[in-house]
Design a protein around this ligand. Structure first.
Ligand code: DGY
Length: 327
C-alpha cells in the first residue's frame, strides 16, 4: 500500500526568464523550477529570495554568487551552474566551504567569441567603426585617398594574453588572415603549431595587436595599465573580449588621446552595463566598443544554457558535473 504522498521534486531557481534553447524547459520537466520573472535582472536580495530552499541555481555570469546568496539558498544547495565561461562574480572559497559545486560553460562559446575578437581587430585597426559612424552622420563626402586610413591586419603580429580556448580559436582565425601569432601564459610556457610562447614584456613590445584573454582575478585586475600601454608600439591595437577589469580604462583613453596607441576595441568594460551616452569611452574615435556580445548568437547562447542545465542534472542525479570549476 502506498502512502499517497509524492516525493517533492528538487527545487531549482533560474535567475532570468526567457533563456534561449531547451535547457530550462528540460529542467522544468524534472524539477520544481522557479524563474525570476522581472524585466530587469534580480538584485542580490531578490536573487537570494528566489534561491531560498533550492538544491540548484542556474545563473548568469553577471549574477553575484557569494556567501550571502549561498547561505540564503540554505544547506540543501548542491550546485550553482553558471551559463557563462567567466566566473569572476563567484566566491569559489565560499562555495567550497559549503560543499557547493560550481560549474561554468567552457568549450561552447570559444569560436563565437573569437569571431567577435577578430571583428574588433578589423573594426579598430582598419577604422571600420569610425567609417560606420561617419556614414551615420552623413559625413562620407567625396572619395579621398587619405580618408579613413587604417593599418593592415595581414602581416601583423598578434599577441594573445592568456592562451585558453578563445585565444586559440582567435589564433586559428588570425593565421587565416596572414598574421603571425604569439602568446603569453604565465605557467604554460609552450609553443604550439599556431603560436609561440613569449614573455609578457616581449609580447607587449613586439605585437601589433594585443588581445586580452585572461580571466579576471586578483592577479590580472588592471594588468594592462599605463606602464604596459607605454611598452606597446604606438601603432598597436588593443582588443579585450575577456573581462573589463583587466584593462585600466583611464590609462587606455589617455594613451589613445595622446597618440601613444593606434586603436582599441572593447567588448567588455568595467562596471557593465554602460548606459550614459556621454560616457568618454563612446566618444573616443579610435576606440570601438560593443555591449558584451562575444557569445551572442542564438546557437551559442542556447548551448550555454543547455550545458548549465546538464550540469545541474548531473549533480542532482548524483554524478560528477560535466564542467566544474576547481573547488
Ligand atoms: C562569458 O561566458 O563569460 C561571457 O562573458 C558571458 O557572460
Amino acid at each position: 500500500m502506498t502512502s499517497g504522498t509524492a516525493t517533492p521534486r528538487p527545487r531549482v531557481a533560474v535567475s532570468r526568464a526567457g533563456l534561449p534553447g531547451a535547457g530550462v524547459k528540460r529542467l522544468a520537466s524534472h524539477y520544481d523550477v522557479t524563474m525570476w520573472e522581472g524585466t530587469a535582472p534580480p538584485t542580490p536580495a531578490e536573487l537570494a529570495r528566489l534561491a531560498h530552499g533550492c538544491e540548484a541555481l542556474l545563473v548568469l555570469g553577471s549574477d553575484r554568487v557569494d556567501s550571502a546568496l549561498l547561505d540564503a539558498a540554505g544547506p540543501g544547495l548542491r550546485v550553482v551552474a553558471l551559463a557563462s565561461m567567466g566566473y569572476d562574480g563567484v566566491d569559489l572559497d565560499a562555495a567550497a566551504a559549503r560543499g557547493v559545486v560550481i560549474t561554468h560553460t567552457p568549450d561552447v562559446l570559444a569560436d563565437t567569441t573569437a569571431d567577435v575578437a577578430m571583428a574588433l581587430i578589423l573594426m579598430a585597426r582598419r577604422r571600420l567603426g569610425a567609417g560606420v559612424d561617419a556614414m551615420r552622420r552623413g559625413e562620407w563626402g567625396a572619395f579621398r585617398m587619405d580618408a579613413f586610413l587604417g593599418l593592415d591586419v595581414h602581416g601583423a603580429t598578434l599577441g594573445l594574453i592568456g592562451y585558453g580556448q578563445i585565444a586559440r580559436a582567435l589564433a586559428r582565425r588570425a593565421t587565416g588572415f596572414g598574421m603571425r601569432v604569439q602568446h603569453h601564459h604565465p605557467r604554460r610556457k609552450e609553443d604550439d603549431e599556431l603560436s609561440r610562447w613569449v614573455s609578457f614584456d616581449e609580447l607587449l613590445q613586439t605585437s601589433d595587436i594585443v588581445s586580452v584573454h585572461t580571466p579576471l582575478t586578483a592577479e590580472t585586475a588592471g594588468l594592462i595599465g599605463a606602464a604596459e600601454l607605454a611598452r606597446m608600439r604606438p601603432t598597436a591595437t588593443l582588443v579585450n573580449t575577456g573581462r573589463g577589469g583587466v584593462v585600466d580604462e583611464e590609462a587606455l583613453l589617455s594613451a589613445l588621446r595622446g597618440g601613444r596607441l593606434h586603436s582599441a576595441g572593447l567588448d567588455v568594460m568595467i562596471d557593465e552595463p554602460r548606459t550614459d551616452p556621454a560616457d568618454p569611452l563612446f566618444a573616443e574615435p579610435r576606440l570601438v566598443v560593443l555591449p558584451h556580445v562575444g557569445s551572442a548568437t542564438e546557437a551559442t547562447r542556447a548551448a550555454m544554457v543547455d550545458l548549465a542545465a546538464r550540469n545541474i542534472e548531473a549533480v542532482l542525479d548524483g554524478s560528477d558535473a560535466l564542467t566544474p570549476l576547481p573547488g
